[in-house]
Design a protein around this ligand. Structure first.
Ligand code: ATP
Ligand code: MG
Length: 575
């Protein structure tokens, strides 16, 4: 393909809207173009990358016996009402009405649609197991669309749904998908980790997130170097400090003026933060919740949300007046005498003795507050957010933290949707049974962005061969020189014949511009045809290496073909 005949629009300047490298570089390389916040158009190079991503996913899904379908993005509200998510999905759901005033949404995910299909079309155990998937555009009205393809409001996802007769079947489907995902991300050359993930109200340790490691990633993971424990911080189980067995002392109120945060209180009273009890008051759906946790710990909101079972979007901090109505005082709230709210206490805080807590009196804290004697909880559970250095729940080692970008997630749904949406099959004895489901997503547009985040330098993208928009660019230094153009075309044609995806840069531009574009767009191999073309000598350079070699024409062709093929094999592509 001749670059002179292509639509190429690269940018020298850093677009102001972009903050992270992958976003900046994909815009600058002309891969994509913003339409409106969180919504992008894919331009020719970007489209090719997305096509490759789709193809990798398709091959790995098909290899596990999953079947591709394509569903609509437009969903009737009734389906979402059946599952209870019309309300629960909250403001992230793009809702709209048709001319007859009927409610619809643009699908952010497709559990409802797939469950409805299978409910209608599957009735016998003989039709199971079944795994259906699609590669399709999703819509989510994200609170903070940002980082380009990382968090869009419109994005492409591969979503698969497995349908099994029983738990063992689901186990197998889940393992198959886990395995397929590991292969997909390996083929993308990503440095990733599969970690245990939160799965909200569904329960169990039945979800894994695939995270591409990245300092700018929005997921945080905790892991242990001494054993295999690895989970998102949302989900990470925290170990309580051992029970304090000291004697309970008598409670006493103490004046603590201006001490509105637990750090101030501890400093003012000359106590460690571990001797304090911190209060966080929330509201959701008209109800109030008071969470208590030791002063040195941080509250994990996901654990709280799971404990009280409210939708994430609904949870917010209570206002001062509302806290007062519960019997508390903002900045001085403690557990004693609080009313009209659910009290959730961290499992560790209940084991501590003689803590300092708010006195529910302006300017006062109470000394020697003890669980059981002085206050009670409606719910006791782990509410702690893991921190670097915390104790590993499995082996007692030290926890480390890392950041990553979630590129995929696998879930065991069990019968959550088959139950609410009545998806049954008949077993061998003609008995109706609920279908066991799993769901599995991959960010088709987010993953290449995560790849760019790991593979770039100050000059541009360094695509792994598996995702590169083209494998090789043949850069002709002077297009007016007939020999150079002839040799360039010969190399181009020879590579194309070998099945290599090759471009010839025959644009009427200075060679510096061509090199800059080639580096920016990130073609894995560059063959430069210049002054020595007449002697049959060209330059060969890998994007990921600085070294430039002089090769004979044929040698350059052979080396490029071998490099591309070897790379694809290394990444696990079939020959
Ligand atoms: P996140 O926690 O990042 O919001 P999620 O857990 O809501 O993601 P899923 O519902 O599990 O996402 O969706 C499956 C996959 O779709 C994710 O692993 C991710 O790769 C991709 N994805 C989700 N939301 C977005 C988005 N707003 N923009 C681009 N890709 C997304
Ligand atoms: Mg997820």
């Amino acid at each position: 393909m001749k670059m002179s005949q292509m639509h190429i629009h690269t940018l020298r300047e850093v677009p102001t809207e972009a903050e992270i490298d992958s976003h900046i570089l994909m815009l600058r390389a002309g891969m994509m173009k913003k339409l409106v916040s969180g919504v992008y158009n894919f331009m020719p190079f970007g489209r090719r990358v997305i096509n490759k991503m789709e193809q990798i996913v398709r091959e790995e899904m098909d290899a596990k016996g999953a079947q591709e379908i394509l569903c609509s993005a437009l969903h009737p509200a009734e389906l979402w009402e059946e599952s209870g998510r019309w309300y629960k999905y909250g403001p992230e759901l793009f809702r709209l009405k048709d001319r007859a005033d009927r409610d619809f949404c643009l699908g952010p995910t497709h559990e409802e649609v797939f469950t409805a299909i299978v409910r209608d079309e599957v009735s016998s155990h003989r039709q199971l197991p079944l795994n259906l998937y699609q590669i399709q555009t999703k819509y989510r009205d994200e609170k903070r669309p940002r980082f380009g393809l990382m968090r869009g409001r419109e994005f492409i996802m591969k979503d698969a749904y497995s349908f099994d007769r029983d738990k063992e079947g689901l186990e197998k489907s889940y393992d198959d998908m886990y395995d397929a995902y590991a292969r997909v991300f390996t083929r993308c050359d990503l440095n990733f980790r599969a970690v245990e993930a939160d799965n909200g109200a569904i329960g169990g340790s039945a979800s894994h997130e695939f995270c591409a490691l990245s300092a700018v990633g929005e997921s945080e993971i905790g892991y242990c170097d001494d054993c295999d424990v690895a989970a998102t911080t949302e989900r990470f189980e925290c170990v309580d400090d051992p029970e304090d067995t000291s004697e309970m002392k008598e409670m006493a109120d103490e004046l603590t003026p201006e001490c509105k945060t637990i750090e101030y209180v501890a400093t003012y009273l000359g106590l460690p933060a571990t001797q304090t009890l911190k209060a966080l008051i929330f509201k959701a759906e008209g109800n109030f919740y008071a969470a208590f946790i030791r002063g040195d710990r941080e509250l994990n909101e996901t654990k709280l949300i799971n404990a009280i079972n409210v939708p994430e979007f609904a949870l917010e901090f209570a206002e001062e007046a509302e806290i007062e109505a519960l019997g508390g005082v903002a900045g001085f709230t403690g557990p004693m005498g609080l009313k009209n709210c659910t009290i959730i206490v961290d499992s560790e805080a209940v084991k501590m003795k003689n803590l300092v807590a708010g006195a529910n009196k302006e300017g006062y804290h109470t000394l020697n507050v003890n669980y059981g004697r002085d206050y009670k909880a409606d719910i006791i559970c782990d509410l702690k957010l893991v921190k670097e250095g915390y104790t590993c729940p499995k082996c007692g080692g030290k926890v480390k933290l890392a950041r990553g970008t979630e590129v995929g997630q696998v879930f065991k749904l069990g019968t959550k949707y088959s139950e609410s949406m009545k998806a049954y099959y008949r077993d061998e004895n003609m008995q109706e049974q609920l279908i066991e489901m799993g769901c599995y997503g991959i960010g088709i547009t987010r993953t290449p962005a995560a790849v760019v985040e790991q593979y770039h330098d100050e000059n541009g993208i360094i695509w792994p061969v598996s995702l590169a928009p083209y494998h090789v660019v043949v850069t002709v230094v002077n297009i007016k020189d007939e020999t150079q153009m002839k040799v360039g075309m010969e190399i181009h044609d020879a590579l194309a014949k070998e099945g290599i995806e090759v471009l010839i840069d025959d644009r009427d531009e200075r060679v510096g511009v061509k090199f800059k574009d080639a580096d920016l767009i990130g073609f894995p191999v560059r063959i430069t045809v210049g002054k020595k073309a007449g002697e049959g000598v060209v330059e060969y350079k890998l994007r990921k290496e600085a070294e430039i070699s002089e090769f004979g024409t044929q040698e350059a062709i052979d080396t490029a073909v071998k490099f591309i093929r070897d790379e694809l094999v290394r990444l696990g592509h079939k020959e």
